[in-house]
Write a protein that binds this ligand. Structure first.
Ligand SMILES: [Zn+2]
Length: 409
C-alpha cells in the first residue's frame, strides 16, 4: 500500500510541546509510524511519497464541539427560528458550513442544534462519500418547554413551533422527544435548560423542571447518544451535572464549586466566550460576565475540567469561518497557554466522541486526521487562527488545502 511520509516536521502531537525534525508515516487511513527528533533516515522505496515539510508543523485535526450547521445570519429572516428555509436548502447550508470548518482545520464537528432534522442526512452523505466533509456528530431540534426563549412562533399564528425547536412538556414528553430525535438520526441531543447567553429569556430563568431534565438525560443515555444543555445559571448547572448531562454549554456562572463538580463527574464544558465578546459593546452587562469568565477559565483548565472549543457561529453578525477569534480569545483574553487550548481542540474533542484511542493525537495506530500548518501555533496561535492550514488530512486523504511538492523516494 502507498505510504505518505512527512519528514522534517515540527510535531505537535496533541499532548506535548513541539518536537522539531519529526517524521510521520501514513498508510491508508492510519498513522503507522511517528519518529520524533532529528536525523531519522527514510527508506528509499518507490511506494513511498516523501514530503519534506521544511519545519512546518504537523498537529492533530481539531474538533469544534458547539456547532450550528444550519445557522446563517440567524435572526435576520422574517421567519420563526429554524424555519427560514426549506429542508433541502438547510441541508446544503449545513454542508457548506461543515466544509468551511473543515478548511479551517476542524476535522471533527459536533452539532448543538439545527433546523428541520437535516444534520443526520448530511452526515450520511459524507459517510457514503457523496460529498466530502468532516467527521460529524449530528444534532436535531433543540428540546425545551412551551414558551421557552426560542419558542418564537406567535400563538395567534395557530401553529406549533417547528424549525429548530421541538416542544416537550413533562418527563414523558421529554422521553418521547429524545427517542424521536434518536430515530431521526441525532447522535447528540440539545436541551434549552435556561435563558441567558444570547437568548431573550433572562439567565436566572430555568425553563425545564428537574424531572424533565432527568428524564431527557436518562433516555438519551439509554439510547446511547450524548446530551448537552444550554446552561447559564449555577443552580441549573449543578442540577444538570448531578443528573449526568454530558456537556454544559456556556456555563456562564462557572465558579469553584462548578469546577469541582465537573472534574468529579468528567463533565465537558464549552465556555463559548467569543460570542459574548463580539457582542459585549451592545450589552454592557456582558463585560463584567466576560471578565469573570476570563478569570475563572484558567482555574478550570488547571483543575482538569474537560474544556472544548465551539461557539454560536451563524448567529447574526457572527459568521461561520470566524472560528479563529475564539482561539485568540482563550489565549489572549483568558491567558490560557496555546498548547492547552490546542489540547481542548484535539484530545478533549476525541474523548467527547469516545474515540480517544483513534483520534486527537498524532500517534502510530491512530487515524490520520492531521493538519499541516505554516508556523508553530503553540508559540503563536495566529498561525492557526488567522489563516487556513496548508493542508487538512482526514483519514490520510487531503480534504482541504494541498500538500507541499512531493518527491517519490
Ligand atoms: Zn448554540
Amino acid at each position: 500500500m502507498q505510504r505518505l511520509v512527512l519528514t522534517n516536521a515540527s510535531l505537535l502531537d496533541g499532548e506535548h510541546p513541539v518536537v522539531a525534525g519529526s517524521t510521520i508515516v501514513i498508510e491508508g487511513e492510519r498513522i503507522v509510524e511517528v519518529t520524533s527528533g532529528p536525523g531519522v533516515p527514510v527508506p528509499g522505496r518507490d511506494d513511498y511519497t516523501i514530503i519534506d515539510l521544511a519545519g512546518r508543523t504537523v498537529m492533530p485535526g481539531m474538533g469544534t464541539c458547539h456547532f450550528h450547521s444550519t445557522y446563517h445570519e440567524l435572526g435576520t429572516e422574517p421567519a420563526p427560528y429554524g424555519s427560514e428555509h426549506p429542508p433541502a436548502y438547510l441541508a446544503l447550508l449545513s454542508h457548506t458550513n461543515l466544509m468551511t470548518a473543515l478548511r479551517c482545520g476542524y476535522t471533527t464537528v459536533v452539532g448543538a442544534g439545527a433546523g428541520q432534522d437535516v444534520e443526520p442526512g448530511v452526515k450520511e452523505a459524507i459517510e457514503h462519500g457523496l460529498v466530502p466533509g468532516p467527521r460529524f456528530v449530528p444534532c436535531g431540534r433543540e428540546l425545551s418547554t412551551t414558551g421557552h426563549a426560542n419558542d418564537a412562533v406567535p400563538w395567534y399564528w395557530g401553529m406549533p413551533a417547528a424549525g429548530a425547536v421541538r416542544i416537550c412538556d413533562g418527563p414523558d414528553a421529554f422521553r418521547l422527544g429524545v427517542r424521536e430525535q434518536v430515530k431521526l438520526g441525532a447522535e447528540i441531543i440539545k436541551l434549552f435548560v435556561t435563558g441567558g447567553h444570547g437568548v431573550m429569556a433572562p439567565k436566572a430563568r430555568t425553563e425545564m423542571t428537574a424531572d424533565e431534565l432527568g428524564a431527557a438525560i436518562d433516555t438519551a443515555h439509554e439510547r446511547g447518544v450524548l446530551i448537552r444543555g444550554h446552561l447559564t445559571n449555577k443552580k441549573a448547572i449543578m442540577l444538570a451535572i448531578e443528573l449526568g448531562i454530558d456537556i454544559i454549554d456556556h456555563c456562564d456562572d462557572m465558579d469553584r464549586e462548578i469546577i469541582d463538580a465537573c472534574v468529579a463527574t468528567n463533565t465537558f464544558v464549552v465556555p463559548s466566550i467569543y460570542f459574548p465578546k463580539v457582542f459585549a459593546p451592545f450589552f454592557p452587562d456582558n463585560e463584567a460576565e466576560l471578565a469573570r469568565m476570563y478569570e475563572i477559565l484558567p482555574e478550570a483548565e488547571a483543575a482538569g475540567v474537560r474544556l472544548l472549543l465551539g461557539d454560536d457561529y451563524g448567529a447574526m453578525g457572527f459568521p461561520h469561518g470566524s472560528y479563529g477569534g475564539e482561539l485568540h480569545s482563550y489565549v489572549e483574553d483568558a491567558g490560557i497557554a496555546a498548547l492547552s487550548v490546542l489540547r481542548w481542540a484535539t484530545v478533549n474533542a476525541a474523548h467527547l466522541l469516545g474515540r480517544g484511542d483513534e483520534l486527537g493525537t498524532v500517534e502510530a495506530g491512530k487515524l490520520a486526521d492531521i493538519l499541516i500548518v505554516d508556523g508553530d501555533p503553540s508559540r503563536d496561535i495566529g498561525v492557526l487562527a488567522d489563516r487556513e492550514p496548508v493542508a487538512v488530512l482526514k483519514g490520510g486523504q487531503v480534504v482541504a488545502g494541498c500538500l507541499p511538492t512531493a518527491s517519490t523516494g
